[in-house]
Design a protein around this ligand. Structure first.
Ligand code: GAL
Length: 438
């Protein structure tokens, strides 16, 4: 039986201030010593960037399922702090270059997994898909994204919603502004009202290392102006980054950033930024739905009462998505333990327990009524959107651009944060596309 977020947190004692110190530390401290097949306990090194907000609790939920079925394996948590893998990706790249991979690592469906396949750093997992029947159970769109020449190289564990606007209900109500602005003009009008009231209109960090939060806003504003087809075309040969539509989108982005003054350094990470919306110091945040778990689990707020959500204005009808996956690195020290982990990641119970805590939906194509019951109102909404919307891939979260292209776009965003010129930003984006569009 899969567990809901509430049941999991109650059972594991990870809710509240001690979040993340319950199940996960029990497993990672090596307290499980049951011998493996060869008489010795097996170690499994799992590399991710899940350390903040509800992320660590969701990882605990997945580990709990894994440990139940694999009591002889000691889970070693190699999570590296930094939202969106800001530090983890670089550290992993070093380990892979040194041929010292972890037993399994987090990657994102689409271009990011594609990079590892091209570099020959991950094993073909098609045999596991056939053995487990996943090629018939996972969502066809996700399967298409993670396939290369008909083969599978990663196992998705969640689907995240990227184009979500989060807002503080009481603050918006007191100012008479909508928590669900229908377009950018209405949104910008609302931001101006919040500014006039002396609160933070749009919460985002401008600190070094947090530029991905700004990139996340930028991609949703591009999607808002371009819509799904033109957004998708940007990532393919011939996609036009010099177009008037891109200029308009970047102009709107620039206008919005005028209402996003940046947060102080105690509120730099994505979850700290969310807490400003939670407390009513800020009205809005544009962030992926991992922050829903942060609102509920860490900040102990209630969706629909304290905070609420809506599509980023102008992106209604498109679900901008990212899917976290795990892989079997070439040269993993314990292949069997890695395969056992991947089997948990692809299992219904693994995905249900993980996603319902994480603030994500499972990558399976069908969700039963029982599973639906696990989801709180936000997740039910997200699942409904996933089922009816056009699906588009995220830039910041690995779906559409290679790591090299993403880094060039990071540099463009960092340049923008220094000089504040949308024209220079567009020039840098055009140059990046000329180099990396394939
Ligand atoms: C995303 C990832 C999510 C969440 C988020 C913030 O890239 O897909 O699982 O961890 O970063 O760290």
């Amino acid at each position: 039986m899969a567990m809901s977020r509430r049941t999991f947190l109650a059972a594991s004692g990870v809710a509240g201030a001690a979040a993340g110190t319950g199940l996960l530390s029990a497993c990672s401290s090596g307290t499980k010593t049951t011998a493996g097949a060869n008489g010795a306990p097996t170690e499994l090194e799992v590399f991710s960037w899940w350390t903040a907000g509800g992320e660590k609790d969701a990882l605990s939920a997945l580990v709990a399922v894994f440990s139940q079925n694999n009591p002889h394996v000691n889970f070693q948590n190699r999570a590296v702090t930094g939202g969106a893998g800001a530090n983890a990706k670089a550290e992993l790249a070093k380990r892979l270059a040194a041929k010292n991979p972890p037993d399994t690592f987090q990657a994102q469906a689409g271009a990011m997994v594609g990079d590892y396949i091209t570099a020959g750093q991950v094993e073909d997992l098609t045999f596991l898909y056939q053995q487990q029947g996943w090629d018939k159970q996972f969502n066809p769109q996700v399967l298409k994204l993670i396939q290369r020449d008909g083969k599978y190289y990663s196992v998705p564990v969640d689907i995240h919603h990227i184009n979500v606007l989060w807002s503080n209900i009481a603050l918006c109500k007191s100012l008479g502004i909508s928590t669900d602005p229908k377009n950018m003009t209405e949104f910008i009008g609302n931001l101006a009202k919040v500014k006039a009231h002396g609160k933070i209109p749009l919460a985002v960090s401008r600190d070094p290392g947090q530029d991905w939060q700004v990139k996340h806003i930028m991609e949703t504003v591009l999607l808002s102006t371009l819509k799904a087809d033109d957004w998708g075309a940007l990532w393919k040969k011939g996609g036009n980054w010099s177009s008037a539509k891109v200029s308009t989108a970047l102009g709107t982005f620039h206008e919005i950033m005028g209402y996003a003054p940046g947060t102080s350094s105690q509120y730099a990470s994505w979850d700290q930024v969310s807490s400003l919306v939670g407390s009513g110091a800020a009205a809005y945040q544009i962030m992926g739905d991992w922050t829903e778990a942060n609102f509920e689990v860490t900040l102990k707020l209630t969706g629909g009462i304290d905070y609420t959500w809506a599509p980023v204005p102008g992106t209604q009808g498109t679900f901008l998505f990212a899917a976290d996956c795990f892989t079997l690195p070439v040269g993993a020290k314990d292949r069997d333990a890695s395969i056992a982990w991947l089997t948990t990641c692809g299992s219904q119970i693994g995905q249900d327990d993980f996603t319902s805590v994480k603030g994500a939906i499972p990558p399976r194509s069908t969700v039963s009524a029982d599973e639906r019951d696990l989801f709180d109102p936000y997740l039910q909404w997200s699942l409904g959107e996933w089922q009816k919307d056009t699906i588009a891939g995220s830039l910041t979260h690995g779906a559409v651009a290679s790591a090299a292209w993403n880094t060039a776009i990071d540099d463009a965003v960092i340049g923008y944060l220094k000089d504040g010129s949308p024209q220079t930003l567009q020039n840098a984006l055009v140059a990046a596309a000329a180099k990396y569009q394939v």
